[in-house]
Design a binder for this molecule. Structure first.
Ligand code: FAD
Ligand code: NAD
Length: 466
């Protein structure tokens, strides 16, 4: 039986980063993945393919709605849906190819199959052609998550689908109802609405992207509505059924008023659940919490002291970069290093257009906890760069401690917010003050100046530029 220093189960952003860092630190490392390609949800059916389609459809929408004003005349704009999806598949394949390269470069053994614990110290790997066993000094579980559903809604993967099936459709859908106005809901709604699908979002909460600062969701709602997405808030979906060449969805609002809609597809985007099927945890000391996540301590160590767990399967923010941080954390912790992750400084990004990005405390959190703060808010419509590019929707908002100037939260909806948020992370991670942030030079004209202006306003000075 082969013996390794570290065996990583699952090759998503948690697993592949944990394996690479382990190998870099000199450990004999094996990674086991049940699918043919490495990369997990994020690379194969999550972050990467959605961003590829969001980019393609954004170009399409610009060609349809903005090129004319830029002085670019096109005779006819035509959608080649198959080519759009083919390009998406190529982007995914380049990324999974990159991971193969990294595994080889770092001398990481790669095994294909479903890994399950036989007992606390032995792993069995089963694939179509063989079963083998191995042992390791340490195990890192990074088996991720799968889409959740709600009572009364059965995902048949044909008409009642999840994001995974939506990423491999053969033809442009004519209509789609999306259950859930969270991150997947609004990203998927953007993709399909831009290419002419009639999209309706049914959301239980009273605003979109409910876990982020509420002002962001409210602003995003206005923008998406203007683009033609039918957004219905305060609606609890309780049943779906298949009908001829489509499906039906039933919902009611908080006063009990009933509604129903027919669509070619119903996309269920109501969150994701931890994935531990086939892991054989019942043969180990590893314990789950009441929601099915693997229980870990502050070192991401499970109830079995040599088995760690990271990423979506342990809960918290279900984000690729959170899983990556934990992958590095665990490899370095095994190596005896003292590490810390500031979960409040992990940014969240929604890749609609404009993008939405956030780090730190929301206004709702500060209010609820009686923490005083100053607000600096600057609209993109007042940015010269935004005017030049016709991307004038949104704002940058910073929340700052009134006494010491500590940056408590940065919330942006606007062009390139996904990249701008990095400076908010730096400001918070290194406890840079709002004054420090406005006294540095920002290139003109750039979207980043909206943040400089927001910091100036939060510090009691007026805006100084346009
Ligand atoms: P996963 O990526 O889920 O990987 C787990 C892997 O383990 C899988 O490959 C699985 O096959 C394998 N596995 C499971 N059980 C076994 C077993 N017993 N044996 C062997 N292998 C096993 N996050 C972002 O930060 N940015 C985004 O833009 C973003 N977009 C997303 C879009 C969509 C549509 C979805 C669904 C998710 C998106 N996410 C995004 C979330 C992100 O994909 C996850 O947070 C991330 O993939 C979690 O990484 P992980 O390593 O924990 O697990
Ligand atoms: P989510 O938790 O973001 O949103 C689910 C939404 O469904 C919530 O707003 C909830 O109120 C609503 N809902 C639940 N039950 C409902 C019902 N019966 N009727 C109507 N609405 C209902 O989950 P998601 O959008 O499925 O995304 C799953 C995970 O994937 C998220 O945790 C997210 O972090 C991750 N993800 C991240 C990105 C990104 O980083 N850009 C993109 C996609 C997914």
């Amino acid at each position: 039986m082969e013996h390794y220093d570290i065996a990583v189960i699952g090759s998503g952003p948690g697993g592949y980063v944990a394996a690479i860092r382990s190998a870099q630190l000199g450990y004999k490392t094996v990674i086991i993945e049940k699918y043919d390609t490495l990369g997990g949800t994020c690379t194969n059916v999550g972050c990467i393919p959605t961003k590829a389609l969001l980019d393609s459809t954004h170009h399409y929408a610009e060609a349809e709605h903005q090129f004319n004003e830029h002085g670019i005349k096109l005779d006819k704009i035509e959608l080649d849906f198959s080519q759009m999806y083919r390009r998406k598949a190529e982007v995914v394949s380049k990324n999974t190819g990159g991971l193969n390269f990294l595994m080889n470069k770092n001398n990481i053994t790669r095994l294909k199959g479903t890994a399950g614990f036989v007992n606390n110290s032995t792993l069995k790997i089963v694939n179509e052609s063989e079963t083998k066993q191995l042992t390791a000094k340490y195990y890192i579980i990074a088996t991720g998550s799968k889409p959740s559903s709600i009572p009364g809604v059965e995902i048949d993967k044909k008409r009642i689908i999840t994001s995974t099936e939506a990423l491999s459709l053969q033809e442009k859908p004519e209509s789609m109802v999306i259950i859930g106005g969270g991150v997947i809901g609004v990203e998927m709604a953007s993709i399909f609405n831009r290419i002419g699908t009639k999209v309706t979002i049914l959301e239980y909460a009273d605003h979109l992207i409910a876990t982020m600062d509420h002002e962001l969701g409210k602003n995003l709602q206005k923008i998406l509505k203007k683009e033609g997405i039918d957004i219905r808030l305060n609606q609890a979906v309780y049943r779906t059924e298949n009908v001829d060449s489509g499906a039906k969805v039933f919902f009611k609002d908080k006063n009990g008023a009933e509604g129903e809609l027919d669509a070619e597809y119903i996309l269920v985007a109501v969150g994701r659940s931890p994935y531990v099927k086939g892991l054989g945890l019942e043969n180990t000391d590893v314990q789950l919490d009441e929601r099915g996540f693997i229980k870990v301590d502050e070192n991401r160590r499970t109830s079995a002291s040599h088995i760690y767990a990271i990423g979506d399967v342990i809960g918290g923010a279900m984000l690729a970069h959170k899983a990556e941080e934990e992958g590095v954390f665990v490899a370095e912790t095994i190596n005896g290093q003292k590490r810390h992750i500031h979960y409040n400084r992990i940014p969240s990004v929604v890749y609609t257009w404009p993008e939405v990005a956030s780090v730190g405390y929301t206004e709702e959190y500060l209010k609820k906890n009686n923490i005083t703060y100053n607000i600096g808010k600057f609209p993109f419509s007042a940015s010269a760069r935004a005017r030049a590019s016709m991307d004038m929707e949104g704002f940058a908002k910073v929340l700052v401690d009134p006494k010491y100037g500590e940056v408590l939260g940065v919330h942006i909806i606007g062009a390139r917010a996904a990249d701008l948020i990095a400076q908010g992370v730096i400001a918070q991670e290194y406890e840079v003050t709002a004054e420090d942030m406005f006294r540095i030079s920002y290139a003109h004209p750039t979207y980043s100046e909206t943040l400089k202006e927001a910091y100036l306003i939060a510090s009691g000075q007026g805006a100084i530029n346009i």
